[in-house]
Design a protein around this ligand. Structure first.
Ligand code: SAM
Ligand code: SF4
Length: 358
């Protein structure tokens, strides 16, 4: 449902501004709700009911929406996501069309890496800037338990192929699950540091379709830092965070039997603490789901239909206005850090992560 006409005042700032002085410049666009993995923290084992093909944005519609975002609304960065973006057959064509319209726009993609080895070079040639690959475990059995699919080798080959194709710096996303892969966190970091990949740990958010998330069971950012501190000393990265969701740390080896660091900086690690240390006050994101709905926040319970309006023949002006109206009412914060998150008043959004576009 669109916000009422009075919602955004006539003298509201330009671009994708909201009532709290933030401006969204970072666009997350979902290319599909479909996926070939079934990560336990995201999808149910049996999958979800996929959207009908005609309900999903076509390549032309995506290109038009991105053009409006970039040319009229101040979008400065685009991240393609899903579902799994690699399952879209026209992915390379979409990226090529976006690149041709926006020669300088940073365009990155978040993928589970299945099938990436075969496509990395074509994605780079089409104009993709950079890639994030999700990788929760380096152990076949744990990977398969978490994703419910035996594709670890494919993902590892995909990560290496992306780096070789020039899609670096390669960032790796890992969600830690208690008793499953949390103990693996230092070795996952060692593996990433050895290869020059930037690992980011993401706190598990209550966005799983199975509604199995609990506050008590999730691994917090503080726990992640403590797990890593057995082998490493982390110190805040001096570079400005600049609206990035991940808090970055420089990593050095811990001297044996000491709290002190030893040797040079080995690389960086990021922690995305959306639950316990949220960064809502500096959020710069605007999201478009695969069926062209605007979401101002991962936890929004309100969505605003951009694709429907586009298909009714709306002008670029009208589409830009709908987008601005939707962002104007972006909530101040998602409130997930409240102590009583397991309390009955916390309402998990209807959509799971894969259906929003994480
Ligand atoms: N399929 C692609 C992938 O897995 O990278 C892109 C979409 S996925 C929804 C984007 C990111 O969201 C992944 O890094 C995934 O680990 C993360 N994610 C999914 N469900 C999550 C949850 N409940 N809490 C935190 N992160 C989650
Ligand atoms: Fe698929 Fe990504 Fe969700 Fe895993 S996290 S089920 S790969 S959309």
């Amino acid at each position: 449902m669109p916000p009422g006409p009075a919602a955004r005042p006539a003298d509201a700032p330009a671009g994708l501004a909201d009532r709290y002085g933030r401006r969204a410049t970072d666009m997350r666009l979902s290319l599909t709700d479909k996926c070939n993995l079934r990560c336990t923290y995201c999808m149910p084992a049996e999958g979800l009911e996929w959207l009908a093909k005609q309900a999903v944005m076509s390549a032309e519609e995506i290109v038009r929406i991105v053009r409006i975002g970039v040319d009229r609304l101040g979008v400065r960065e685009l991240r393609l996501t899903g579902g799994e973006p690699l399952v879209r057959h026209d992915l390379v064509e979409i990226i090529a069309a976006l690149r041709s319209n926006h020669p300088d726009l940073p365009i990155s993609m978040t993928t589970n890496g299945v099938g990436l080895a075969k496509k990395a070079a074509a994605l780079k040639a089409a104009g993709l800037t950079r890639i994030n690959v999700s990788l929760d475990s380096l152990h076949e059995e744990t990977f398969t338990k978490l994703t419910r699919r035996p594709f670890l080798d494919q993902v590892l080959a995909g990560v290496d192929a992306a780096w070789a194709a020039g899609l670096g710096p390669v960032k790796l996303n890992a969600v830690l699950m208690r008793g499953i892969n949390d103990a693996e966190s230092p070795s996952l970091l060692a593996w990433a540091l050895d290869r020059g990949y930037e690992l980011r740990f993401i706190e598990q958010m209550p966005l799983d379709a199975d509604h199995g998330w609990t506050r008590r069971n999730m691994i917090t950012a503080a726990e992640i830092r403590s797990l890593l501190s057995v082998d490493y000393v982390l110190s805040p990265d001096p570079r400005a965070r600049d609206g990035a969701p991940a808090e970055r740390f420089e990593v050095r080896r811990r001297a044996a039997g000491s709290a002190e660091a030893q040797g040079p900086v080995l690389g960086t690690v990021g922690i995305i603490a959306s639950v316990t240390e949220p960064f809502c006050s500096d959020c710069r994101r605007t999201r478009i789901t695969a069926e062209g709905k605007i979401m101002s926040c991962l936890f929004s319970r309100e969505e605003y239909d951009l694709l429907g309006l586009l298909r009714e023949g709306a002008s670029d002006d009208a589409l830009a206005e709908r987008w601005q109206d939707a962002m104007w009412v972006k909530p101040k914060a998602h409130g997930m850090d409240h102590v009583g998150l397991d309390a009955p008043d916390f309402v998990q959004p209807d959509r799971s992560m894969s259906a929003i576009g994480g």
